[in-house]
Design a protein around this ligand. Sequence first.
Ligand code: ATP
Length: 260
Amino acid sequence: MKKSVLLEIEQLSKSFGGVHAVQNVSFCVRDQEIVAIIGPNGAGKTTLFNIVTGILPPTSGSVLFKGMPVTGKKPYQLAALGITRTFQNLQVFTNMTVIENVMVGMHTRLKTGIFSAGFRLPQVFKEEKQALKQAMACLEQVGIAHLAFEKADILPYGTQRLVEIARAAASQPSLILLDEPMAGLNPQESKKLVDVLLAMRNNGMTFLFVEHDMETVMAIADRVIVLDYGKKIAEGCPEEITQHPDVIKAYLGEEEGASC
Ligand SMILES: Nc1ncnc2c1ncn2[C@@H]1O[C@H](COP(=O)(O)OP(=O)(O)OP(=O)(O)O)[C@@H](O)[C@H]1O
């Protein structure tokens, strides 16, 4: 049975002056899928990602989430609806502990307001306790619960990336967008992250990610969307994509015989 569609990108376009960064791109992401967006430098991947996550408005086209139009919504509005993201450059608060970093991701779910927090009403303690428990569960998911009370800045780069993934999961999203999650990781860290993402998917999470590291794309993507000069030139499972003549041409020019 086909899984339900979570995210629909319909005829999305974005121009910067005369540069057509994204041109009429359409695709969907289904529940519990891992979908990769790939393409040569300048293909429009970041622009597309920034439109979906509310950082840039599109020139035309629309984005639907769970059947509801979300085009042009701000990142915090999307987070409240269940779409969250990580960035290519680490966005870890280095002066906070690991668990504090994760709890930052929960603000869209917390209910107590300034008044009750200011007066330290009992519900605040109850909610804080629950938030702590939930943050710990997110850290367990990515395998770093034992580092919860360490300062984030003493951790290796790859572990800080796991903190970011745990923080993204803390807002209890339905969809996580990852912008080049493997960037800057060593091979061991990449392998660990691949295992974490696959385990999270098996627990019900859905991912859309931009990635240059083809080994990762091949290892985890159910479906791959290929962009070139702003247009979608191919879509399919990793095996189909590596054999697709337009994809080979986009990556290698007219040469044949090598994989993307
Ligand atoms: N703010 C902007 N103003 C003008 N042109 C832009 C802007 N952002 C992107 N572009 C152009 O749009 C095109 C697509 O860029 P984009 O960064 O989306 O590609 P990309 O596939 O993410 O590339 P890379 O893999 O190198 O990060 C490029 O030609 C780029 O120069």
